[in-house]
Design a protein around this ligand. Structure first.
Ligand code: NDP
Length: 379
């Protein structure tokens, strides 16, 4: 690796953002920060800025501009606020932009970064679910590179590094099954927010943790994989693998399978993206192969996890269906986390939104994606 890589980290105060910054902390000789962003957590953003000394910070919620500026005064760090600032900073050239904002709020900066031809380490799956049909061609046109951070997609990305696209027979994503894997459908009706937030293997932000409990996450990931790896629904699948040791598998036309293993720590795939095309040294815990390692696999029960089934139905259908799925799910998860609806209502809300369809908006442009997303949320 030549010199220090300059990075922007969007969503720096979140789970993926924190994991990214912990790796940067371990490799101060390899990285320098251009920008850090958060939505409203200006306390954490100020602390990170004091530690990492980026050129600028952006707080998306303008209400926190003043307290953030006060905390950082005299440090020579440019403080910006608002959506437009986020988009502007996304176009400022860096070696790698880490896209770790949660939900469709992450689309605007990713879209601008793609237009600017940036290298993007992408965690924000909702962006590809809703706008993959626009982002992938725009990335190709503008010379932007997408490096997946989602552990399953990162696994597939690694497996495919030296392979011919034409030789791929099947791509399989693994799923832990979340906290309710062993529960009956009846028991799952009354689970609490606290139970749903207790993921057995991964430590993540609240939205993706609930998506993992409903298994919508795996459905969103299948749609994400379809765009990233240019595969149709018939070549994509997901299976339960409770140990979360294997993250993705690729089957080839000659009967060979490649799988990527790693401990259930997001810093492993993030490290790959940060180091790419090289690999960084790993300082964390690793497998101990002198101990017995169990690898179990099982099919996903679509009846028990209706959100997974709904997303699978949408896979390979219109972009509009994927936008409705994503918007309805984001709203339903937010309502569940606010204690306004039950766990089982999440899939009912998404199903109803899909059945109701859209009002005729066609998602032919970035602006149309945003308009349709807004319409579904308002509904
Ligand atoms: P978190 O909720 O932990 O963090 C979200 C980050 O986005 C925070 O920095 C938050 O700022 C910021 N943010 C939230 N809303 C907005 C907004 N409207 N505008 C600008 N910034 C905003 O999420 P995760 O880190 O868990 O997930 C991030 C993305 O990565 C998701 O798309 C998720 O699906 C994906 N992902 C996450 C994994 C994980 O292990 N966590 C694994 C694989 C994928 P603030 O702190 O101020 O609210």
């Amino acid at each position: 690796m030549m010199g220090k890589k300059r990075l922007s980290v969007f969503g720096a105060t979140g789970s993926v953002g924190s994991s990214t910054l912990s790796l940067i902390r371990e490799h101060p000789d390899k990285f320098a920060l251009h920008a850090l962003s958060a939505n409203s957590d200006y306390h954490s953003l100020a602390q990170l800025a004091q530690e990492f000394q980026p050129s600028c910070v952006v707080i998306a919620d303008e209400a926190f501009y003043t307290p953030l500026s006060e905390r950082l005064s005299g440090l020579g760090i440019t403080v910006l606020a608002g959506q437009k600032a986020l988009e502007e900073v996304a176009t400022q050239k860096v070696d790698l932009l880490v896209a770790a904002i949660v939900g469709l709020a992450g689309l605007a900066p990713v879209w601008r970064a793609v237009e600017a031809g940036q290298n993007i380490a992408l965690a924000n799956k909702e962006t590809l679910v809703a706008a993959g049909h626009l982002i992938m061609p725009a990335a190709e046109k503008n010379g932007a590179t997408l490096l997946p951070i989602d552990s399953e997609h990162n696994a597939i990305f690694q497996c495919l590094r030296y392979e011919n696209q034409a030789d791929i027979k099947k791509i399989i994503l693994t799923a832990s099954g979340g906290p309710f894997r062993e529960m009956s459908i009846a028991e799952m009706q009354n689970v609490t927010i606290e139970q749903a937030l207790l993921h057995p293997n991964w430590s993540m932000g609240p939205k993706v943790t609930i998506d993992s409990a409903t298994m919508m996450n795996k459905g969103l990931e299948l749609i994400e994989a379809a765009w990233l790896f240019d595969r149709g629904a018939e070549k994509l699948d997901a299976i339960i693998h409770p140990q979360s040791s294997i993250h993705g598998l690729v089957g080839f036309k000659d009967g060979s399978w490649l799988a990527q293993l790693g401990i259930a720590d997001m810093r492993v795939p993030i490290s790959y993206a940060l180091g790419w095309p090289d690999r960084l040294g790993w300082q964390g815990q690793d497998f101990d192969f002198s101990q017995a390692l169990q690898l179990d696999f099982a099919p996903i029960d679509g009846q028990k996890f209706p959100c997974f089934s709904l997303a699978k139905q949408v896979l390979g259908q219109s972009a509009e269906q994927a936008i409705i799925l994503n918007a309805a799910n984001e709203m339903a998860v937010a309502q569940f986390l606010a204690g306004e609806i039950g766990f089982a209502d999440i899939s009912t809300i998404v199903e109803r939104a899909l059945a109701a369809g859209d009002s005729g908006i066609k998602a032919h442009s970035y602006e149309a994606v945003i308009a349709l997303d807004r319409e579904i949320r308002q509904r």
